[in-house]
Design a binder for this molecule. Sequence first.
Ligand code: 5GP
Ligand code: MN
Length: 352
Amino acid sequence: MIQPIIEQRVIERLQRLINGVKSIAITCHLSPDGDAIGSSLALCHVLRRLGKDADVVTPDMIPRTLLFLPEVKSIVTFTQNEPRARKVIETAQLIFCLDFNTLQRIDKLAPLVMGNPCPKVLVDHHTDPDQDFDLMISFPEASSTCELVFRVLMQLQLLRLVDRWAAQCLLTGMITDTGNFSYNCENPELYEIQAALMRRKVGRQWLYNMSMNTFSADCLRLQGYALDQKMKIYERQHMALITLDAEELKRYNYKRGDTEGIVNKPLAIPGVEWSVFLREDAECIKVSCRSLGDFAVNDICTKYFNGGGHLNAAGGDFYGTMEQAVQLFEQIMEVLYPENDIQTDNLPKNEI
Ligand code: 5GP
Ligand code: MN
């Protein structure tokens, strides 16, 4: 039995908001992932089936790995079609904000969203959401925004409109945000939700393979290189650090999304409790962190990298050189583990 977790008065308010409008915009965060795109497409699909003029607007491009999702081509991307993106946001009578907790995360869409006086509804699972929203459905303990969209639709009694397409989108986000149910996956109700979605004939194996287990040869080689040549282990600080600069990325024909998942790999090494991946992008060094247990990488990303995220998965930006970024992490380690002295490079697994 899947218990309702959203307060009834919130659901009733949401019901009234939806009933009272025709055009609805749905937006999600920059560099959208499976959860952001899956939750947005699923909600959009259901709202359309309800007779609404609903559209998804993303701040930037959808990664190649998600292009298999149903109706993905209907998404309006600001960086590709700014006039259309503006029109959708400006004419919306209701805006859903999915899978982010602060308007900074939607980049150039933020002034447009704030410029439209219509009600804004947040559905999200990040900690400490901003107060810019009229209705907040914020559950940091949820596995994914897709789980929350399922719960919202369940409590709105709209599950009858969740068809195979919507179910594929929702299950994809649950799969990608939990590493195929390998973390944030302890709540038994997740499996009841999954079962409900699978009854809609989603093709779970296909969804997993398309969203998490499809790589180009270049991409696999880049991952191999990163782990073999670039992984540095700070044994005493229980930390692993991988860096890839622009030249290295070019060598492997890097395309967006190719480095997804690299940062998780070192957590497999016994003794490694947090892992950092630094990638040199055009404008900044992109910081990506993962951790185990109660080691809060979102605090580090908020404090030092103008970023944020979840307790065990967070990110941010660094403006400076790769060397300076590495130095900053070494200083952070010094703060966390003050008696820092020995560093061990490329330590074999069995010596940790
Ligand atoms: P990833 O390491 O996969 O890029 O990001 C992991 C998580 O960290 C994302 O789901 C998101 O919640 C958060 N995150 C990543 N980059 C940023 C950022 O620049 N700002 C904020 N606020 N959160 C980020
Ligand atoms: Mn998410």
